[in-house]
Design a binder for this molecule. Sequence first.
Ligand code: ADP
Ligand code: GLC
Length: 470
Amino acid sequence: MEVIHVSAECYPVAKAGGLGDVVGALPKYQNQAGHIAKVVMPMYKTKFLTNHEWEVVHKGYTNLGNWWFTYTIIKESKNVLGFDLYLVDVNGLLDREKIYGYDDDPERFTAFQICVVDWISAWEHRPDIIHVHDYHAGLIPFMVKYCYRYQHLQNIPTVLTIHNAQYQGWMGWDKSSFIPAWDSWKQGMLEWKGSINPLASGVKCAWKVTTVSWSYLDELRSAANGLEALFEYEKGKCSGILNGIDTHVWDPSTDTYIENHYGADDAEEGKMKNKKILCATFDLDINKPLIAFIGRLVGEKGADLLPQAIGDSFHHIGRTMNFLILGSGFPEVESALESLKVYGQGDYNAYIGYNESLSHLIYAGADFILMPSRVEPCGLNQMYAMRYGTVPMVRNTGGLRDTVIDYGDEGGYGIRFNYAAVGDVTQAIWRAVELYKDTEKLKEVREKMMRLDFSWETSVGHYIDLYKSL
Ligand code: ADP
Ligand code: GLC
């Protein structure tokens, strides 16, 4: 089976979060299972671009409304990622340093999608599946179904995977002319609540829709940033397929970002060596449990709860634990976390920014990973943490609910709490401190987690079954 994945991110080419990790891993495991999976993404100005060799495979000429432009599709020559990787080069529009965050993102991602469909339409054969990820590729199912010039692609099944329904790519109707001439009777297939909504359009037009965990799919019917009724209506074609993790990249016994490797049998010593480096670098106390947070400092992740929950913990539980934060996002949260450095000195520190190698060291050296998420479609941090013997402390939502069982419950190994509220987070911190004191229990929990299987193989099977059903 031949599948082409369309995405705005793909690790290690360009990653802003878990979408990149998933698109960098899923196709590799699909190939290993005997299928042909390829990835196409925008050509940003990245280190990966300059450090690898490329060949031009296609040049095309197309338009975004009245603006006609040439685009180039380049392919990475050596197959270093374990799948064919294609980049779409549109001069001046896509070749920028950041992935997102420009005023003309609607133009950028619409142009990207047009180029992808235009390129596929020039292939001598048809792929078996076009698999699009999130809103940045959400207009493609509409384009292949209803744009006159792509009618010959109409029969290719499309699958939309939703990694995050908070972001939908809303565009005003003034931008409708960007989409190549389409059947105007189908306007409703682009629209949600008065504007063009690429994510909603993807849900309406894709043959199948998947979310990255089962619980998240349930939750979308009551909380989907305005799309609740749509998910209820389309539930027949939606299913949840849990993400896996790339166990080649995320393996504490071989991880190229850390110096001190370890496995389930020598986790205690291995983790301690990594913790020592973290504590020395960030002026933390190695004798106290180290609770870390890694992620985008946004409301979805509950990052705004951290400053008060940390302050309250020091105040009510005592200075019996350390905290280390790695993240960037809302300026108010960043500055609150920065300010806390004075009060928390010696037991608290924060690195504001994105740092891939530090994230690996934290998974390896921390004792606990805190995830007070309000919304978590799947969450990869908790799975990485568990593989590194680091106990996840998670809010009971989405993929966190599907992957973490509280250590107090039968067969459990993590810490779960119900509300994204300071009180619940503080109580979870107290439970972490208590668990840390119980060295035997902690050891047992660690070993159990490290032997869990979060590899991609099972999920790949579910995706292939879904493709076959189409
Ligand atoms: P999301 O995609 O919503 O941000 P996930 O849990 O799926 O959440 O994935 C987050 C990914 O991004 C993980 O690989 C995590 O380690 C990484 N990450 C997030 N913030 C940072 C950061 N500041 N520095 C390094 N890695 C980060
Ligand atoms: C999104 C979600 C996250 C998920 C990731 C990969 O960014 O916020 O929960 O793990 O996509 O699917």
